[in-house]
Design a protein around this ligand. Structure first.
Ligand code: R5P
Length: 320
């Protein structure tokens, strides 16, 4: 038997309920069937888990985004991890394509939690040996885990799409806020494009926000780059500001489509030419039928990272 076949046979991929389609695509990439596992509800909505295959001594990967409903999906991954640990899995990797609760990652004011650290503690205490995630809201959240944590970047996937669709000589990458400059700069570097920044300011409490654009965007095809789109407000306002400054068109490439409330309708009614997302969060029907939102799959990237983890090979070299 070939080495890779031996590795695949000793590997178990388990799906929580957050994004079964992505987990199936990852399993298909790896050429392994999903491990039989029930994750359902008791009558009172408590979570019931039963792994229906032997996992003793196996290298196991639980795929679960802690997306909406975040509390349920978080509990599912914790309970599945507990089940694997008690079933003597050799190693448990929590594959969390979208790591929720990441936006409170420091104390900006008194009496606020650091929920990203709390969630990291919960996952570790449940029994995970490793974490594999994608585009953490802030890179330093990696340090909240005292177990090995790989933070994959969606950038190579997004760059491939940008190169296939846009005339690169006229592209300008734009960070929609000052906090996202590092991420946008890294993507701009990959396509050798210039960088602009939307600087949002409120001069006085109660005054409306003023958007200043740092960089000359006139006549450019602008690409807004961010980790999360939630209400869509950041993107739609940035698109307006860029077009008002003479940008030719505005696209957005975002890793995690949280898209809560009326976000999809807001994006549809906006002046954004297209929003491109990855499938770290399962697309709703509204996203699937939307005219200006497109989803590209991150399954091959996560699948390859899982294969390399199983074979004890470098994961970071995926991004060289
Ligand atoms: C903020 O730090 C994030 O990177 C996103 O810019 C933000 O979460 C987007 O939120 P919304 O779509 O609600 O404006």
């Amino acid at each position: 038997m070939r080495y890779i076949e031996r590795v695949a046979r000793a590997m178990k991929i388990l799906a929580g309920n957050s994004n079964r389609a992505l987990t199936e695509a990852i399993a298909a990439y790896l050429g392994v069937p999903l491990t039989k596992c029930q994750v359902r509800r008791f009558a009172d909505m408590e979570i019931f888990v039963e792994i229906q295959e032997n996992v003793r001594g196996q290298d196991t990967f639980v795929v679960q985004s802690t997306s909406y409903p975040a509390n349920d999906h978080l509990m599912e991954v914790l309970i599945m991890t507990d089940a694997l640990r008690r079933a003597s899995a050799r190693r448990i990797t929590a594959v969390i394509p979208y790591f929720g609760y990441a936006r409170q990652d420091r104390k900006p004011g008194p009496r606020t939690p650091i929920s990203a650290k709390l969630v990291a503690n919960l996952i570790t205490r449940a029994g995970a040996d490793r974490v594999l995630t994608v585009d953490l809201h802030a890179g330093q959240i990696q340090g909240f885990f005292d177990i090995p944590t790989d933070n994959l970047y969606a950038a190579p996937l997004l760059v491939r799409d940008i190169k296939e669709r846009l005339e690169l000589h006229n592209v300008m990458v734009v960070s929609p806020d000052v906090g996202g400059v590092l991420r946008a700069r890294a993507l701009a570097k990959r396509i050798a494009a210039p960088l602009a920044i939307v600087d949002k300011r409120r001069e006085r409490a109660g005054d409306s926000e003023v958007m200043n654009i740092i960089g000359d965007v006139a006549g450019k095809s602008c690409i807004l780059v961010d980790d999360i789109v939630d209400s869509g407000g950041t993107l739609c306002n940035a698109a307006d500001a860029l077009l008002n400054e003479g940008a030719q068109e505005v696209y957005a490439y975002i890793t995690h489509g949280v898209l809560s409330g009326g976000a999809v309708a807001r994006i549809a009614a906006s002046r954004l030419k297209e929003l491109v997302l990855t499938d770290t969060i399962q697309a709703t029907e509204a996203i699937r039928v939307s005219n200006n939102i497109r989803v590209v799959s991150i399954a091959p990237l996560i699948g390859e990272a899982i294969a390399r983890t199983a074979k004890e090979e470098s994961v970071s070299s995926l991004f060289d």
